[in-house]
Design a protein around this ligand. Structure first.
Ligand code: NCD
Ligand code: ZN
Length: 351
């Protein structure tokens, strides 16, 4: 058995569904899934019910996270037209601001220019702004980054036209960063047809050429791998109006390590994309005495023994390398041989 030792990974894009969606996931189950995937810091998105757009909603989520998280966890505040006046206060309670420019699960959306300008003027300058922007909306985000001279992080970039525009923006010296998900690297529109609602998420799966473009930029333009872990129950997925989103916390590292075994990326680059860069970009606290030990024996991903409450993965049946064997967080063993040993509340909520 070959063992690989990695630093604790950071996933800057998860939906842990608290408050209001606890039948899909909660902080205790979502962070158990994170540890099982070698991830020791997660950032949770604000498209909850209610959304995290007010100090009260964010304080509630913060308290729930403090009581339940098993790894380190930070919260995003959400931007909404009704709550722009709260932005300075929200900056005290969240790691970053999330602005949704395009349609997705939940009602959180910014569609007017006045709110967008307010976000860039009022959100504290030392905290990051992250955007769900697709197609032309990426140009809107780049324009705002240039206009206000502040960093913008693009979530789940999925198309050739988008990654090439971000490459151009970086070449022009603009302060933009981006993440890509494992599902956009390992699945395409053919898989969307095969999987039906289980292969539907926002952004939708791309063409083979989109996937090729992402891999072409894996050693340059792409800053982070983030899961966009967005669990929904199988009943919801098989309903008449299936919500978009798929789980990803437990399969991200095994899939990316498959990319290492295939020679598509190096282990050093994987560490940059999944640990060093996300921690630097979001200014996340270091975790001393923290490591992930991985058994590199190849295996097939399955729906069995998942910690995510939704209990399924769109990657079932796919080849992976690297089963997480042991995770140590600040000197404590938090996951070992398939068992999460960290108790709820043992992780830290980070700001
Ligand atoms: C996410 C969800 O379910 O919350 N769904 C998705 O398809 N990605 C929302 C989002 O990240 O846009
Ligand atoms: Zn998301």
């Amino acid at each position: 058995m070959t063992t690989l030792t990695l630093p604790g990974l950071a996933d800057v894009h998860t939906h842990l569904r608290v408050p209001g969606g606890e039948h899909k996931e909660d902080f205790a189950t979502g962070t158990a899934a994170a540890l099982a995937g070698g991830i020791t810091t997660v950032l949770a998105m604000p498209n909850t019910s209610p959304p995290l757009t007010t100090p009260d909603a964010l304080a509630l989520a913060y308290n729930r996270a403090t009581a339940a998280t098993r790894c380190d966890l930070g919260l995003y505040a959400g931007a909404s037209p009704e709550d722009v006046a709260h932005l300075p206060a929200l900056g005290e309670q969240a790691v970053a601001l999330k602005i949704y420019l395009n349609d997705t699960f939940g009602k959180l959306r910014v569609e007017d220019l006045a709110t967008l300008r307010a976000c860039f003027q009022l959100w504290p300058r030392h905290k990051l702004i992250a955007m769900h922007a697709e197609k032309q909306s990426v140009a809107v985000g780049i324009g705002l980054a240039a206009t206000y001279g502040r960093s913008v992080h693009f979530c789940h970039i999925s198309r050739r036209q988008e990654i090439e525009l971000i490459a151009d923006a970086k070449a022009a010296g603009l302060p933009v960063t981006c993440e890509v998900t494992p599902h956009h690297l390992f699945l395409d529109e053919g898989d969307a047809t095969r999987l039906g609602p289980l292969g539907d998420m926002r952004p939708i799966l791309g063409t083979a050429d989109d996937v090729a473009a992402l891999w072409e930029h894996i050693n340059s333009t792409i800053d982070c791998i983030a899961t966009d872990h967005a669990p929904h129950t199988l009943a919801e997925k098989h309903s008449d109006s299936p919500p978009p989103g798929v789980a990803g916390l437990e399969t991200s590292l095994p899939l990316m390590l498959h990319g290492v075994v295939d020679g598509r990326i190096t282990t050093d680059r994987l560490i940059q994309l999944m640990a060093t860069n996300p921690r630097r970009i979001f200014d996340l606290p270091a975790q001393p005495d923290t490591q992930v030990e991985v058994d590199m024996t190849p295996y097939t991903i399955s729906n069995d023994n998942l910690y995510t409450k939704c209990g399924w993965t769109p990657f079932a049946g796919m080849a992976a390398a690297g089963r997480v064997q042991r995770v140590t967080l600040r000197g404590q063993i938090v996951y070992e041989d398939g068992r999460v040993t960290a108790v709820p509340g043992s992780g830290r909520v980070v700001l």
